[in-house]
Ligand binder design. Structure first.
Ligand SMILES: Nc1ncnc2c1ncn2[C@@H]1O[C@H](COP(=O)(O)OP(=O)(O)OP(=O)(O)O)[C@@H](O)[C@H]1O
Ligand SMILES: [Mg+2]
Length: 310
């Protein structure tokens, strides 16, 4: 089974108003709620592409129940750990008259030591964990070393560990040699601590990470596609020129496509193809919307995968 872990999920509340005017009331004309958070995105895309996974993480309060219910109705399996604090709500506001978008992101609840302990016990007792994908930031109250501890626990159970995080949480996770990390170019630059302009510089930075025991470094570069660096070789995927609407969630979709293909036993080059098609599929959809299966299937044969020579 594929498990995803979202430590700081959110209930996204997307509102449309005709026009925003200071000191005046704007009436909401449309309102939609989404279950959000990077690991949850991965689970939602896996479901869209015909696979299944179990979403793990911390949820609390009425908004946490709402998030859980949205996933249930979407057919996404979950096994959340309850917390006393309230799951955060992000406001995504669209002004119809101008087409402008505003995103107001909340920091999320403070988590207690007992709640972290309960989640960790759940992780240690997972049934047949083949893949464990850790995505996104850690909430207040959780030490940056947490993903490292999760990697140790998952490895002890024989699971392939995947980390998609940024900053200190990623830096700490890397020291525990996860099987795979999926930095975007900005995250890789921060991890390397130096600018990375050319493809050769990116590959060199990825090789330094491989030397620390990481199995694979999957670098996402927006419209420039993906690089999959492993000790044996470097593969590259470039997609067709698409009309990108919003790339929010494209990286999460990459992780979903890659791990789903891997769980189906496909070759690394084909896994990379699925990753790139899912990422591009999400870039084609507006706002926070994720990819559609039909688009991904159409994109698959258009992705060019090649091997870089040293
Ligand atoms: N404009 C685009 N055209 C084609 N493919 C794209 C475009 N933007 C993104 N993609 C695909 O999606 C992948 C992931 O995008 P990106 O590098 O922006 O991820 P990210 O920054 O981690 O995103 P997020 O964290 O918001 O999910 C790219 O490597 C590429 O394969
Ligand atoms: Mg990302």
């Amino acid at each position: 089974m594929i498990y995803t872990l979202t430590m700081n999920p959110a209930l996204d509340r997307a509102l449309t108003v005709a026009e925003l005017t200071p000191d005046d009331t704007a009436r909401v004309t449309e309102e939609t709620f989404y279950a959000a958070g990077k690991g949850i995105d991965v689970s939602r895309v896996i479901k869209e592409l015909g696979g299944s996974s179990v979403a793990l993480g911390l949820v609390g309060g009425y908004d946490g129940l709402h998030l859980e219910g949205l996933l249930l109705n979407a057919g996404v399996l979950s096994d959340f750990t309850p917390i006393g604090g309230e799951t955060r709500t992000n406001i995504l506001l669209r002004e119809a008259s101008s087409g402008r978008h505003f995103a107001i992101s909340a920091s999320g609840p403070q988590v207690t030591a007992a709640e972290i302990g309960a989640l960790y016990e759940k992780l240690r007792g997972l049934r047949e964990p083949e893949y464990l994908v850790m995505s996104g930031s850690l909430p207040r109250g959780v030490n940056v070393e947490f993903y490292g501890q999760v990697i140790l626990a998952a490895r002890a159970r024989g699971a392939v560990t995947v980390v998609d995080a940024d900053g200190d949480a990623l830096r700490a996770a890397v020291t525990h040699a996860p099987c795979c990390i999926k930095p975007n170019i900005h995250e890789l630059v921060r991890l390397a601590g130096r600018p990375l302009e050319s493809e050769a510089e990116i590959v060199a930075a990825a090789r330094e990470l491989l030397a620390q025991g990481i199995g694979e470094v999957l670098v996402s570069r927006g419209r420039q596609g993906l690089l999959l660096c492993s000790p044996a070789r470097v593969l590259k995927a470039v997609g067709p020129q698409i009309e990108a609407q919003s790339t929010v969630g494209a990286g999460d979709s990459v992780v979903a496509g890659f791990i789903l293909a891997r769980s189906r036993g496909l070759e690394p080059g084909e896994c990379l193809r699925w990753a790139a098609a899912a990422g591009a599929g999400t870039a084609m959809t507006p706002g926070t919307e994720l990819c559609h299966r039909q688009d991904v299937e159409k994109l698959l044969p258009q992705i060019v995968v090649s091997e870089l020579t040293a």
